[in-house]
Design a protein around this ligand. Structure first.
Ligand SMILES: *Cc1c(COP(=O)(O)O)cnc(C)c1O
Length: 240
């Protein structure tokens, strides 16, 4: 990340340019399309506007209440919104009504609620299933080897479109370990394809481990800190 140096670009625009540059460098000779999701959780709408002005279109949010207010404040922007957090059943409606993607579905009940509450006039909600690739007990997601049943269900629900898998590596700082964990997600998607379930998305990689994710086939990177800077302890709240 770069600090503001007084140039004409905003710091967010500079960070975006740097992150995009590093990603395309890492992709040299690889024609795969990679979507950068700028994770704007805890940051105010003004920072999202800055990123949008710099050409960024996909944004990721984790907290439903915060996101609902933020999306409303930015309703004039044709942005694509990704819900990347863990979703509770009682918030499924808010998410189904406002977002374009949900990355971390890990239960049939949540998939059914999202489908039921997807407004009829909108395209089906793009859904990824979260797989617990680090196998830490505290992490969400279905176990590796258990995504197929849920993927089949998602594929049958009219309000949803199954897109692929999402995973988070353990925060080890060890690139070999990160790659081994991301490889579990890649192989899981290959297993779904072999079983006849088409998915084009591997949502994996954050500010600290996106290189490992890209090396293992990521098609969506979810990057927050490297674009917007460190997060404050408290989420942005709309003030009346
Ligand atoms: C916060 C978050 C990110 C972004 O993390 P950074 O380290 O800030 O890039 C990505 N994915 C999920 C699920 C997150 O909660």
């Amino acid at each position: 990340m770069r600090l503001y140096t007084g140039s004409i670009m905003s710091p967010i625009a500079e960070n975006l340019q740097e992150v995009r540059g590093r990603i395309s460098e890492a992709l040299q000779g690889d024609s795969r399309a990679v979507t950068l999701v700028a994770v704007s959780k805890t940051h105010p709408p003004g920072m999202v506007r800055e990123a949008f002005a710099a050409g960024q279109r996909d944004f990721g949010e984790n907290y439903v209440q915060e996101a609902v207010a933020k999306i409303a404040a930015l309703s004039d922007l044709p942005a694509t919104w990704h819900f990347i957090g863990t979703l509770q059943g009682n918030k499924a409606r808010d998410v189904a009504e406002r977002f374009d993607w949900v990355h971390a579905v890990d239960r049939a009940r949540i998939a059914e609620l999202l489908s039921r509450h997807r407004p009829a006039g909108r395209r089906p909600l793009n859904v990824c299933i979260e797989v617990n690739i680090s196998e830490e007990a505290t992490k969400a997601g279905v176990k590796p080897g258990e995504a197929l049943a849920l993927a089949r269900l998602v594929s049958t629900l009219p309000g949803l479109r199954f897109r692929g898998l999402m995973g988070m590596a353990s925060p080890s700082g060890d690139e070999a370990r990160q790659r081994a964990e991301f490889a579990v997600l890649r192989r899981e998607l290959e297993a779904l394809r072999a079983a006849g379930i088409e998915g084009d998305t591997l949502s994996m990689g954050m500010s600290q481990d996106w290189r490992a994710a890209l090396a293992e086939g990521a098609t969506m990177l979810r990057i927050g800190t490297a674009i917007f800077g460190e997060r404050e302890a408290h989420a942005w709240r709309q003030s009346a």
